[in-house]
Design a protein around this ligand. Structure first.
Ligand code: HPA
Length: 276
């Protein structure tokens, strides 16, 4: 069993949570720009949360940030932990369980990814329509089924909700940002892929590749949270462009974070309208 615990984590911060957030947002590495446009009402560093996994990656911030935009209460994860850091996938989803305990109904995911499809280049934005997570260990194995009202088996036929994908597409259009839609494949990392792997994943139907997100999406889906996500393409996948480096990936994410931020802000306006 994991040394990390969602219940202990939640209990240790519940008095510091300023409100019941409606929407959770996870900002991938280098995509933290979004927070700059908001006025946070509270910040909880992950390292102050008991039983919470903390990122070890250089350049990955680690905070829950609470803010309101356009009347929507938000909890934003500035940074996440990854399987490749040595955590089990069961630990990777603890922050998701904690946000569900806070009360989120909707989860917006983001990541940096390598573009496999011909039309995905550095700076492209891809709405995630579905994922392939078969190459990473499931976070559900041996997990306490009480989290899911006793259910052990989880339907994954509709993880990324069509209504939310429609809102993301409209938000990108309204912001003048070209966007496509496609399948994201999560791999364990931390090594980047070989060209042969990328050719194989392309045949399987993957459009973009990364080291996060699918595990979080599947877990949130099983918890009854409505999920959507966007990949910010930071590089052509292995064999389709030049050599890959973490520095190039993070600097491309930095350059394009502002696009993600505009799409998310417009999304929240449209989301608010869709509720009324
Ligand atoms: N592969 C895996 N993860 C990534 C990539 C990639 O090409 N780019 C950004 N994250």
């Amino acid at each position: 069993m994991s040394e990390f615990s969602a219940q202990i984590a939640y209990n240790s911060i519940k008095d510091r949570i300023p409100f019941r957030p409606e929407v959770g947002i996870i900002l991938g590495s280098g995509l933290g720009d979004f927070v700059k446009t908001l006025n946070p009402v509270a910040t909880i560093p992950y390292r102050e949360i008991e039983g919470f996994p903390v990122s070890t990656v250089v350049g990955h911030a680690g905070n829950y940030i609470f803010a309101e935009y356009n009347g929507i209460k938000l909890v934003i994860m500035q940074g996440r932990v990854h399987y490749y850091e040595g955590y089990d996938t069961k630990d990777v989803v603890i922050p998701i369980i904690v946000m569900q305990k806070m009360g989120i109904k909707t989860l917006m995911l983001s990541n940096s990814a390598g573009g496999i499809s011909d039309d995905l280049n550095v700076g492209s934005m891809m709405i995630i329509s579905d994922h392939i997570a078969s190459f990473v260990p499931t976070p559900f194995r041996g997990v306490d089924t009480a989290l899911f009202d006793g259910r052990q088996f989880h339907d994954m036929s509709d993880v990324y909700k069509q209504e939310l994908r429609d809102l993301l597409r409209k938000a990108a259009e309204d912001s003048g940002i070209p966007v496509s839609e496609g399948v994201y494949i999560q791999l364990t990392g931390p090594q980047y892929e070989t060209p042969a792997e990328i050719r194989a994943f392309k045949k399987m139907g993957a459009d973009a590749v990364g080291m996060s997100t699918a595990i979080e999406a599947m877990f949130a889906n099983a918890l009854g949270v409505n999920v959507c996500g966007i990949s910010c393409i930071t590089n052509k996948a292995a064999g389709l462009g030049g050599k890959l480096s973490h520095e190039d990936v993070t600097s491309a994410a930095d350059t394009n974070a502002e696009k993600l931020s505009r799409i998310f802000l417009r999304f929240l306006e449209l989301y608010k309208d869709s509720l009324s």
